[in-house]
Write a protein that binds this ligand. Structure first.
Ligand code: GLU
Length: 304
């Protein structure tokens, strides 16, 4: 039996004082307030055991990590119909890239780049009576935690500066791939990205993807086939234009966000979350990726 606590402490000790920490995102002004020294790791095993180290209990902006949670809710509503409006291929491009969208007639490459996530947001706006409240209720439910909330300052900050997302939404609308009003969909999308959670809460939220569709409260939310597909999309599309590198170095499905969080999981085994706000040139947490590479190398636990 591996002593996971010992492993994550070793990794934390090795990386916590490094001076190469990457750069905190500032294109959403509110995110620039994060301290680059923050670093936490949390691991939750499907047995229920968990271990943690560092700043695992400090809340941060989950940003793009929310795209997986939104996708899971949209799939629960639409099943396979969703794939008529968004593809499942890695983009090989940054998360907010637009030229491919135009080239491919308004069908986003995958649901984890911004344009794809905006289509998913549109689906949720169509299905949910009170989209922001109902989505929050869903996230709280799958995490078993009623304290999770949106950070409204982050949502407003992105609303003021999210010009590329407005461009993507308008482009989608011009291709008839957005059914609701651009402003309404983006208001939902910016709130979804502004969910604030700590490493433990994120590990709980993602538990169902490692536990065959059953959440921490043992409720079945998704079928095995849906879980397989969502995990496959995380593996191939979860790290912007660095998904290949993450699969190569770490070997787990996962998703990162520009708030510096990364969630990765081994189906039927565990969810591991890292948070370190400094990003590398591709927008992924620099030491978060290093920590996860060390973790799967030291434990020999990966999907390969
Ligand atoms: N809300 C951010 C955006 O749309 C999410 C980016 C990310 O975490 O990748 O730009």
């Amino acid at each position: 039996m591996i002593d996971f606590q010992n492993v994550i402490e070793e990794i934390h000790n090795d990386l916590k004082l490094t001076t190469q920490r990457g750069v905190v995102a500032s294109y959403i002004p509110e995110l620039a307030k994060q301290r680059n020294t923050s670093f936490g790791i949390y691991l939750k095993h499907v047995s229920g055991d968990n271990c943690h180290v560092g700043d695992w209990d400090k809340p941060f902006s989950i940003q793009s990590i929310s795209k997986v949670l939104a996708l899971s809710k949209a799939i629960a509503f639409e099943g396979n119909n969703i794939w008529k409006r968004v593809d499942v291929e890695p983009s090989g491009n940054p998360f907010n890239h637009l030229s491919l969208l135009e080239l491919e007639n308004g069908i986003p490459r995958n649901p984890l780049i911004n344009a794809g996530a905006i289509v998913v947001a549109d689906i949720l706006v169509t299905h949910l009576k009170n989209p922001k409240e109902d989505f929050l209720h869903y996230v709280r439910g799958i995490s078993g935690d009623q304290t999770i909330d949106y950070n409204l300052d982050v949502a407003t900050s992105e609303q003021r500066t999210g010009f590329k997302n407005y461009a993507a939404a308008n482009l989608l609308k011009s291709f008839n791939n957005l059914n609701n009003d651009v402003d309404v969909v983006l208001d939902f999308y910016f709130h979804q990205c502004a969910l604030e959670m700590n490493c433990e809460q994120l590990a709980n939220a993602f538990y169902l993807f490692s536990n065959r569709g059953k959440c921490v409260n043992n409720i079945q939310h998704l079928t095995l086939s849906q879980i397989k597909r969502i995990n496959a999309i995380m593996l191939t599309c979860g790290f912007y234009d660095e998904a290949g590198e993450f699969a190569f170095e770490v070997g787990l499905p996962g998703k990162s966000g520009v708030g510096g969080g990364i969630v990765a999981l081994l189906p039927n085994n565990f969810v591991i979350v890292t948070w370190a706000p400094g990003l590398n040139a591709k927008g992924n947490s620099l030491i978060g990726m290093q920590a996860l590479e060390q973790f799967t190398t030291k434990t020999n636990r990966s999907i390969f």
